[in-house]
Structures are given as C-alpha cells and as structure tokens.
Design a protein around this ligand. Sequence first.
Ligand SMILES: NC(=O)c1ccc[n+]([C@@H]2O[C@H](COP(=O)([O-])OP(=O)(O)OC[C@H]3O[C@@H](n4cnc5c(N)ncnc54)[C@H](O)[C@@H]3O)[C@@H](O)[C@H]2O)c1
Length: 339
Amino acid sequence: MNRIRVGIIGAGRIGRVHAQSIAFGIPEAEIVAISDPFIENAERAARDFAIPAIYPDYHAILNDPTIQAVLICSPTNTHADIAMEAARAGKHIFCEKPVDQTVSKILETKKLVEENAVKMQIGFNRRFDHNFRKIKKLRDDGTLGEIQIIRITSRDPEPPSPEYAKTSGGMFLDMTIHDFDMACYQANSEVDEVYAMGAVTVDPEIGKAGDIDTAIVTLKFKNGAMAVIDNCRKAVYGYDQRVEVFGTNGAAASENDRETMVKISSKDAVCEDKPLFFFLERYMQSFRDEIKSFINAILNDRPVEVNIDDGLRPILIAIAANKSMKENRPVKISEVMEG
Ligand SMILES: NC(=O)c1ccc[n+]([C@@H]2O[C@H](COP(=O)([O-])OP(=O)(O)OC[C@H]3O[C@@H](n4cnc5c(N)ncnc54)[C@H](O)[C@@H]3O)[C@@H](O)[C@H]2O)c1
C-alpha cells in the first residue's frame, strides 16, 4: 500500500492524540519522525507510538525529503511561521487551530500554501464529530428546510489556569473559535454581524489575567440564519457539547455523548451517566477522522475538507466578538477585515 510519510511537530497533548490516531487507526499513513524542543516529550511519544526518529528541532523534519506531510501541533504562536516554512519545503500541512491570531499572518500563510501548491488542512475537528456531521447532512439534503436558528452550547468541565488565560489570546480566540467554526459549518453562509457579551463568573483570577470565562455570542449570517452560542469555562456536570439546527421543515439536535446510555430509575430520581469528561474523551473519533480525511486528500489528490479560508473565518468572528464586547454593540465582520 502507498503510505503517506508523516512528521509530527510538537509532542504535547494534541501531538500525542494525532500520533495515537495514526499509529493505531490510519494504516494509510506512517509517522517517521516527531520533534519537540522538550525532548522528553518526543522520546515518550516515540516509545508509545513506535516512531523511529526524534528531533529537538522541527527543521530536521522539514529537511527530510522523504517526509510528505507534517502535522503542526506546537503552541499557537508558532503555527503560521512553521506552516510557511513547511509550504516552502513542499510539505502538505495539517495545522492545529488557530493558524494564527492575526488576519495578516493567515493571509501570508495562505499565499505561500497556494504558491507552493501544497495542501493545508486546519484542525477544526468538531466538523468530523459523528453527531454534528449528521445534523449537517440533514441540513444539506434539505430535510430541515431553510435554516433559521442554530444553537450551540459549549461548556468545559474545568477552567484553565489563569497563566494559560494570559497567553491563550482570550476565550473567543481560544475556546469559542470552535463554536464559531461549527456555526459557519452548519449555516453554510458567511457571518455578517456579531454581538457578544462576556463575564467572569468562574474564577476571578481569570478576570485579573484580562480574560472572561462565560459568554453569550449571537451571529447574523448573510443567508438570514442566526446563531446563539453559550460558553462557560466550568460546568459542574462535565463537558457540555450540544448543537441544534432549526429550520422551516424541522429541527435536528444532538445530546451529549455519554459512556453508557443506561438510565436508572428509582423512587427518588431518574439518573444517567454524565457527559464524557473533556475533549480527549468526547472528540477522539473526530480527531482520528480529521487526520484520515487529510491523508486521503493527499493520497487521492482531492481538496482538504477544512481549508485555510475556514481557518480565517472564525478568527475574524473572534476579533469582531472582542470588539463587540468591549464597545457593547453589534459589530459587522466588514469592520474587522484587513486590507
Ligand atoms: N483541536 C483541538 O481541539 C485542540 C485541542 C488541544 C490543543 N489544540 C491546539 O494545539 C496546539 C498545542 O496544544 P497542546 O494542548 O497540545 O499544548 P501542549 O503544551 O500540551 O503541547 C505543545 C508541545 O509543543 C512543544 N513545542 C514548543 N515549541 C515547539 C517547536 N518550535 N517545535 C516543536 N514543538 C514545540 C512543547 O514543548 C509541547 O510539548 C495549540 O495551538 C492548541 O490551540 C487544539
């Protein structure tokens, strides 16, 4: 079988997730090297997933002519620079979200990807989630009619540290970005206007670090649909990930995935399992399927399913949401476009 030779850049949490998917679930690809300046992380991944080469510096991966594709799993502030170097080196690129927190750098990356005719897929894994895909299919085949309202609930089981909040770019760019992408995916339209409210209701230290931990964002799409997203960094009952799409012919809604679907009824209460704990538990199938899709796009020379324009759209929405919250008014996407 023709297998795609892959190098992974970054052996932290998400680098390990993708390494696991390929090692145990994607026979069409093989990981030939992994790099991380924190070499113990690379060593551990190499041991766990039988990766033959480890490097402290990712340039060794870019300089290996036998490697066809790279997965960029390093911290956010390195993504665009590494992606541009990878494009110049002629590697196909899978890049974790976000590509960058600025529009200009994403556009620069897009230009290089196009000039070097490589593929670049962005890590919006939730598009590959089994529930959300089914809703999208019902939307696309007309079952739901004209889409009127999209509701997204996205709450984490526990907040990040205030230190993380300081460097993450803020909740809209770090967390809500997935929900902005999901809203666009389901609406199949461009966002026209954003109205955002935010608050600190979980951890005052997150507020002191300059971020929020709770938010409501409404989006107005050019095709007339509207979306409402609610976010919180802490839900005591676990990771709450639900989507509903409502249209002129009906609605489709997904409940949280749970470990079992068993319901226990007693004289006091009716109980069921809590939602799966967090993103590693809830979204593992989608993480595997997004990499499978990337590898198949290379093997069959087809367009990737989540391209760099899909990577840019949620950044513009997040920038507009920050402006809206600060100025306490609806903000048009056209106000935050550059150039
Ligand atoms: N799609 C998702 O749901 C999802 C989930 C988690 C993280 N992410 C994204 O993935 C990225 C990494 O997040 P994480 O949680 O894995 O972080 P992490 O801190 O666990 O891992 C990052 C790793 O990159 C390494 N690193 C730093 N600089 C590097 C370089 N120049 N070259 C190679 N490796 C380098 C670090 O030593 C660390 O081991 C972030 O951009 C984050 O937004 C996406």
